[in-house]
Design a binder for this molecule. Structure first.
Ligand code: K1U
Ligand code: ZN
Length: 173
C-alpha cells in the first residue's frame, strides 16, 4: 500500500466529474488499498479518488466513531444514491482537501446507495446520520462538488483565500 498526497483546494482536478469504473481490475483494487491507507493516515472518515488526483468513481469510508473498534473500511465503486429521505440532518463537515475548515451543511438524513464492491458485485445499503453525511460528501467529490459549494459566496471565498495562502506557504517549504 502507498500513501498518496491529498490535493488541496483550489485544484482543477477537484472540480471535474470523475469517470465510471469500467472494470474492477487489479489497478482499481490497488487504488482502493492506497486510498484506505491514505484515509486512515490523514486521519479521515472518507476519501474519494479525485482527492488523490485519480478521476475514477471510487470512494472509501469508515465512519464508525468507536476508537476501540477494529477498522472496517468500505470501498464503493460507481456509487449512486437511489433514494434519499425527506428528513434532513445538519452536520459540521470538514474535508481533507480543505484542511482545518469546518462548516454546517444540511443533507438528507438517510440515503440508499447502490455500488459495485471489489468483486464487481452490485451491492445496496441504507446509510444514516454520519455515514449518510459522509457517503454524500464523498459522492459529491466524484461530481466535482465540495462542501464549501453549499455555503454563502462570501464564506466560500474566505475559505478559498485561506487555502490559496496555505498552498503558497506549503510550496515555499
Ligand atoms: O472527503 C473528505 O475530505 C474526508 C472527510 C469526510 C467527511 C467529514 C465530515 C463530514 C463529512 C465527510 C473527512 O474525513 S474530514 C476529517 C474528519 O472528519 C475526521 C477525522 C478524524 C476523526 C474523525 C473525523
Ligand atoms: Zn472532502
Amino acid at each position: 500500500m502507498t500513501l498518496r498526497p491529498i490535493l488541496i483546494h483550489p485544484d482543477p482536478r477537484l472540480k471535474k466529474v470523475a469517470d465510471p469504473v469500467a472494470e474492477v481490475s487489479k489497478e482499481i483494487r490497488k487504488q482502493a488499498d492506497d486510498m484506505i491507507e491514505t484515509m486512515y493516515d490523514a486521519p479521515g472518515i472518507g476519501l474519494a479518488a479525485p482527492q488523490i488526483g485519480i478521476l475514477n468513481r471510487l470512494l472509501v469510508m469508515d465512519a464508525q466513531r468507536d476508537p476501540e473498534a477494529k477498522p472496517n473500511p468500505m470501498v464503493l465503486i460507481n456509487p449512486e444514491v437511489i433514494w434519499e429521505s425527506d428528513e434532513k440532518n445538519v452536520y459540521e463537515e470538514g474535508c481533507l482537501s480543505i484542511p482545518d475548515q469546518f462548516a454546517e451543511v444540511e443533507r438528507p438524513k438517510m440515503v440508499r446507495v447502490r455500488w459495485l464492491d471489489l468483486d464487481g458485485k452490485a451491492v445496496e445499503e441504507e446509510f444514516d446520520n454520519l455515514w449518510a453525511t459522509c457517503v454524500q460528501h464523498e459522492i459529491d467529490h466524484l461530481n466535482g462538488t465540495l462542501f464549501i459549494d453549499y455555503l454563502k459566496p462570501l464564506k466560500r471565498q474566505m475559505i478559498t483565500r485561506k487555502m490559496q495562502k496555505l498552498k503558497r506557504e506549503l510550496a515555499r517549504g
